[in-house]
Design a protein around this ligand. Sequence first.
Ligand code: 4NP
Length: 150
Amino acid sequence: MKTRILMVCLGNICRSPLAEGILKSKLNPERFIVDSAGTGHWHVGDSPDPRSIKVAKKYGIDISYQRGRQFSERDYEDFDLIYVMDNENKKNLLELAPDETSKNKVRLILNELFENENVDVPDPYYGGENDFEQVFKLLDEATELISKKF
Ligand code: 4NP
């Protein structure tokens, strides 16, 4: 049985596609399933933001094939661990969770790096290339630690 890990943000076009792509690059696909989703519905079926595609490509990771989807209640069953990018995502997912088992799967991704500090991955959507670069670096460090847990 593969370990299934889901990355969640608001739009599923900027942060969580990067988190998915970077973590996938660090794990054995025969042992892990990594996916991403958004709490919002606006970008269902869309490619990742071109700025996320660009920064990932700069570091040798292709995320251009990904397509946006909305988080659904089924994801609590389909995944073992659900990493959220910010505190708003966490609040939304805890509200949607049908039971304690589901709630316990939800983790703030930057708590892997900054334990118990509850820091957000800043939303780069209204930012510039530097913001996407910073998001890449934070997610690279956090996913490196996640990949070493297994
Ligand atoms: P993400 O960024 O949550 O990192 O994918 C956003 C992308 C789009 C929107 C918000 C955040 N939006 O409002 O369309």
